[in-house]
Design a protein around this ligand. Structure first.
Ligand SMILES: Cc1cc2nc3c(=O)[nH]c(=O)nc-3n(C[C@H](O)[C@H](O)[C@H](O)COP(=O)(O)O)c2cc1C
Length: 213
């Protein structure tokens, strides 16, 4: 294969981010950017990259869907036995990153992960479509599977097991909450002189600093 340069350039100039515009609480600030992303009609504004790492520091990353923002943090749902689940069990520090291209905005959130109470995970699982509930039982997320047919066979078995009855939450499936200690808001500006405003939790209070782009 021959090398290919990706040299296209865009200037960013849609909006500005000033210290005076910010909410003193970064989670409320995130919610207000998220609301704008939603009302702008973006596809999957809640899709975020979740980065985890092994205790020795080997990183891995994948997309998850943000399902809840509240004063305690940011919640997503997954399989606790998956690769991310295993990494988080050994090293609970994680990062979430949103990128809303149409708004020229990025948010990065760093902190510590905790598992949701089982009652909260049960409540969310109960609201999922039945097909997703069945897949959660059928799919040993991140394990190697022989082929697609094997997965579909597992699905059929789970369907037969539960019949028309209510499907309980699998014990290895549920929510994680990222409790933040750093949240950075990035707004694209002209000539790469972007705005970066970073909240850090120090001794229980949020401070805000501007970072060089
Ligand atoms: C748009 C999008 C949304 C996704 N949302 C989730 C999610 O909420 N939870 C989840 O476990 N996987 C989600 N995935 C799949 C993950 O990216 C990943 O493939 C899976 O969680 C296994 O990751 P792991 O092997 O690193 O644990 C999503 C993928 C995409 C592209």
């Amino acid at each position: 294969m021959t090398a290919k340069d990706h040299d296209q350039r865009r200037d960013y100039n849609k909006q500005v981010l000033r210290e005076a515009d910010l909410d003193p609480d970064p989670i409320r600030q995130f919610q207000s950017w998220f609301d704008e992303a939603e009302s702008s009609g973006l596809v999957e504004p809640g899709a975020m990259v979740l980065a985890t790492a092994t205790p020795s520091g080997a990183p891995s990353a994948r997309v998850v869907l943000l399902r809840r923002t509240d004063p305690r943090g940011f919640t997503f749902f997954t399989n606790y036995d998956s690769r991310k689940g295993r990494e988080l069990a050994a090293n609970p520090r994680a990062t979430l990153v949103s990128y809303w291209a149409e708004l020229e905005r990025q948010v990065r959130i760093e902190g510590v992960i905790e598992q949701l109470d089982s009652a909260d995970s049960d409540a969310y699982f109960g609201r999922r479509p039945r097909g997703s509930q069945i897949s959660a039982w059928a799919s040993p997320q991140s394990d190697v599977v022989t082929d697609r047919e094997t997965l579909e066979q597992r699905l059929t078995e789970v369907e037969a097991r539960f019949g028309d009855g209510e499907i309980p939450r699998p014990p290895n499936w549920g929510g994680y909450r990222l409790v933040p200690d750093l949240i950075e808001f990035w707004q694209g500006r002209e000539s790469r002189l972007h705005d970066r405003l970073c909240y850090r939790l120090t001794k229980g209070a949020w401070t805000i600093e501007r970072l060089a782009p």
